[in-house]
Design a protein around this ligand. Structure first.
Ligand code: SF4
Length: 240
């Protein structure tokens, strides 16, 4: 499994003193955790499996990814060396449940080719600070910011907050969104305001995904939301 709680922070980030955003973000976290409990992310037996899953899950539900990972294991392909030697068209066929399977096969190949630089030793690759690791990940074909941060957080066990569409929507509705609508601005919202704690970042992102999928959907189900008491959008809806 990936390293979860207890991992050393990669830097000495501290919450901004006097900010009112940090306590509000922590309040959101506590309410979600109290309502839903631990989410036990990321599903995956090894750090490498998490890396493959982070690529495959782009634009597709996790159930499809789980089916595909099971097929890769059954074909004895869940290792960097095995995937490197697998012909791209055969790999694409196995990735068929994951949408854009031809493109994703090329992305997986790019990842395992990159890993060859480290002799497939993930511990050695991950033995660098967060900005360096993140930057290296972003240089690999097919790895965008959300995928890079998922790998840094869940596979490497280092504190990098993952931003996705659910997180943006929920923060906007809570009136906690940054003034600039960029990935990095949303990420800074969490990383500047919360302690750089791997277990907190891990659980917080998973809880936001759970809320965004099931409750704070495009059409929100506010009466069932554990954040209703602190959400201006939900309270306005209830009053109208
Ligand atoms: S109260 Fe409604 S709008 Fe606010 S976070 Fe919950 S579901 Fe979303």
């Amino acid at each position: 499994m990936a390293r979860k709680s207890g991992a050393k922070p990669a830097n000495e980030r501290r919450p901004r003193p006097g900010s009112r955003v940090g306590p509000r973000l922590l309040d959101v976290y506590r309410r979600l955790y109290q309502a839903y409990g631990p989410q036990s992310w990321w599903p995956g037996e090894t750090a490498f499996e998490m890396i493959v899953g982070a690529i495959l899950t782009q634009s597709v539900a996790w159930t499809n990814v789980a089916k595909t990972i099971a097929a890769l294991k059954a074909a004895d392909l869940m290792s960097p060396a095995a995937l490197r030697h697998c012909p791209t068209d055969r790999l694409a066929g196995l990735l068929r449940p994951c949408l854009y399977f031809n493109a994703k096969a090329v992305k997986v190949k790019a990842m395992v080719d990159h890993l060859a630089r480290y002799d497939d030793d993930l511990e050695r690759w991950f033995d660098q600070d967060v900005p360096s690791l993140r930057s290296e990940l972003l240089s690999i074909h097919g790895v965008g910011e959300e995928t890079a941060d998922s790998i840094v957080l869940y596979a490497a066990g280092k504190p990098s907050f993952v931003i996705d569409a659910y997180t943006r929507r929920i923060l906007k509705r809570l009136e906690l969104a940054p003034s600039v609508d960029t990935y990095r601005a949303y990420q800074a919202r969490f990383e500047d305001e919360l302690p750089a704690d791997v277990a907190l970042f891990n659980e917080y992102h998973a809880l936001l995904v759970r809320l965004g999928k099931n409750v704070c959907r495009t059409k929100p189900r506010c009466p069932a939301c554990p954040l209703l008491g602190i959400c201006p959008t939900g309270q306005q809806a209830a009053a109208s």
